[in-house]
Design a protein around this ligand. Structure first.
Ligand code: C2O
Length: 572
């Protein structure tokens, strides 16, 4: 369904005709050839999977949703019409939204949700950006079903920095629940405990033959022996990080989070929710059918996970149709070394412009908490560890969503929805990774909508430190509005004397898996005015409060100033 025969000359026309035939594109680009218009109807669609039929929210009735195709520097205009009873928003994950914060999409951060029956048109430009992105709903857990790929080609005539692939395929990894995901989120929040694991992993929406009633619900790629393919891997999972591998085939990483990397060849990759990795695969094995497998990477102690693998097929031309596929080998579920090896392999292709002087240096702990049970019905509402209520925090502050969007409150100077006192360092220093030794039932995180103000143009370094307060865990931390250089990472507590930084060719990413029981240092220049969410992309952790927001002030003159909100901006 996703293969797109490509050649440099054919791009533009293919992009248009493909999108037009496949995905109900509203209008062909008009006027400027670099504007691309899409119509997204948020709909309730009946889907049958795993012997179970449910109504779920989709865009235009398609799951995964329509692919957006564009070229670097294009303007993207997406009219979103909400035909469901659910509040919705769409976030364009990885798009840096230069001077277009109003269109970023996270609910209650940059906008109020698009309510039932309402319409909102997202309008932004892909300034200096190309590669593999995705879009997803950014309200409640709708993201579990409302997501799709967003592919941005280089400008016409600009080649890839690697040999041209025979074909390209989008591979979106997802998690699927038989129940209504919005209901699951509500039930989980009310319980104080952990959510149920997904009923299945999916590859482009298909669980594959390992699950009940799913023998024919398998995604398949047909390949020609000897040819090389580009796979655009995207993790749209909700609460799970995942390994991906193809039986007997090597993967060569060439891009991570929509930025080119030095080619790095590996047997497998790991993607946390929010990450995208492009790999080249050569069909250099004996003619046959090989499995592409997606399985769990679960670094938290004692956490439940789905352990059945999603399988898709990598099928050679000439292979017997119903031949058995050769199984792919995935690392064990808690193979932290495998994850480190992949991370070590991510280097920017070209020398980069990392800030070497830092104006603003923050140390931010990230982790889980347990709050004391205050409910009169503890059996119902305090199902967390030690009969407490689960929470999560940055610098021990659990982020509470405001009632109107932070961006509106900030822009219109409406008082009372946030405070500007997010701490730049933890309130207490202790052995973050190893302490405390046993999990108490009250780790005393504070609730608040606390943000940090950044001066326009300030050079920012964040040290993100995982904690073992409840359990250490790899957290995929995502920053809106920027890509950041991952200049360092390691295990244990961050030690500035011992830490080694790469200021030569660090990867430039938008989501980074902070190592389990370890730390990561990231750097960026705060040169994009607006309000930018930073959060764990595991939705359960986001629900529990693992996030904060940065307000980047305007600079000087028009090009450093956020324009006013659009006229159709949703109201709360
Ligand atoms: Cu992909 Cu705030 O999210």
């Amino acid at each position: 369904m996703f293969n797109l025969a490509t050649s440099l000359m054919l791009w533009s026309s293919l992009i248009i005709s493909y999108a037009y035939t496949m995905h109900a594109m509203a209008q062909l680009p008009r006027g400027s050839s670099t504007s691309r218009f899409y119509d997204f109807k948020v709909q309730t669609t009946t889907i049958t999977k795993l012997c179970n039929t449910k109504n779920m929210v989709t865009i235009n009735g398609i799951f995964p949703g329509p692919v957006i195709y564009a070229q670097e520097d294009d303007r993207i205009v997406v009219k979103v019409t909400n035909e469901t009873p659910y509040n919705t928003t769409i976030h364009w994950h990885g798009v840096r939204q230069r001077r277009s914060c109003w269109f970023d999409g996270p609910s209650y951060i940059t906008q109020c949700p698009i309510q039932a029956g309402q319409t909102f048109t997202y309008d932004f430009t892909l300034v200096n950006q190309k590669g593999t992105f995705f879009w997803h709903a950014h309200v409640s857990w709708l993201r579990a079903t409302v997501y799709g790929a967003f592919v941005v080609y280089p400008k016409t005539g600009v080649p890839y920095p690697f040999k041209y692939p025979q074909e390209e395929h989008i591979i979106i990894l997802g998690e699927y629940w038989k129940e209504d995901v919005v209901q699951i989120e509500r039930t989980t929040a009310a319980s104080g405990g952990s959510p149920p694991v997904a009923d299945a992993y999916t590859i482009n929406g298909h669980p594959g033959p390992n699950y009940n009633c799913s023998n024919n619900d398998v995604y398949e790629i047909d390949v020609v022996p000897g040819k090389t393919y580009l796979l655009r891997l995207i993790s749209a999972g909700l609460n799970s990080e995942n390994f991906f591998a193809i039986a007997n085939h090597k993967l060569t990483i060439v891009e991570a989070d929509a930025e080119y990397t030095k080619p790095f060849t590996t047997d497998r990759v790991m993607l946390g929710p929010g990450q995208a990795i492009n790999v080249l695969v050569t069909a250099d094995q004996a003619i046959g059918k090989y499995s592409m497998a997606m399985g769990p990477y679960s670094s938290a102690k004692g956490a439940a996970f789905q352990d059945t693998l999603a399988i898709a097929h990598f099928k050679y031309l000439g292979a017997v149709t119903n031949s058995v596929s050769l199984p792919a080998q995935l690392p064990s579920v808690n193979d932290n070394l495998a994850v480190k090896t992949i991370m070590d392999g991510l280097r920017s292709l070209n020398p980069v412009n990392v800030p070497t002087k830092i104006d603003t240096n923050f140390f931010i702990t990230i982790g889980l908490n347990v709050q004391k049970c205050h409910s009169k019905t503890p059996n119902q509402n305090c199902q967390g560890i030690n009969h407490g209520v689960m929470a999560a925090s940055m610098n021990n502050i659990s982020f509470i969503m405001p009632k109107i969007s932070l961006l509106e409150a900030y822009y219109k100077k409406i008082n009372g929805s946030f405070t500007e006192d997010f701490p730049g360092v933890p309130l207490k220093f202790y052995d973050f990774v190893n302490g405390p030794n046993n999990i108490p039932n009250d780790t005393q995180s504070l609730n608040g909508t606390r943000v940090k103000i950044l001066e326009y143009g300030s050079r920012v370094q964040l040290i993100l430190q995982d904690t073992g307060t409840v359990t250490t865990e790899n957290h995929p931390i995502h920053l809106h509005g920027f890509s950041f250089y991952v200049v360092g990472y390691g295990t244990g507590n961050y030690n500035p004397q011992a830490a080694k930084f790469n200021l030569v060719d660090p990867p430039y990413m938008n989501t980074i898996g902070v190592p389990v029981g370890g730390w990561t240092a990231i750097r960026f220049v705060a040169d994009n005015p607006g309000v930018w969410f930073m959060h764990c992309h595991l939705d359960i952790h986001q629900l529990w409060g693992l996030g904060t927001a940065f307000i980047v002030k305007n600079g000087k003159g028009e090009v450093e100033t956020l324009p006013p909100p659009p006229t159709d901006f949703p109201r709360c």
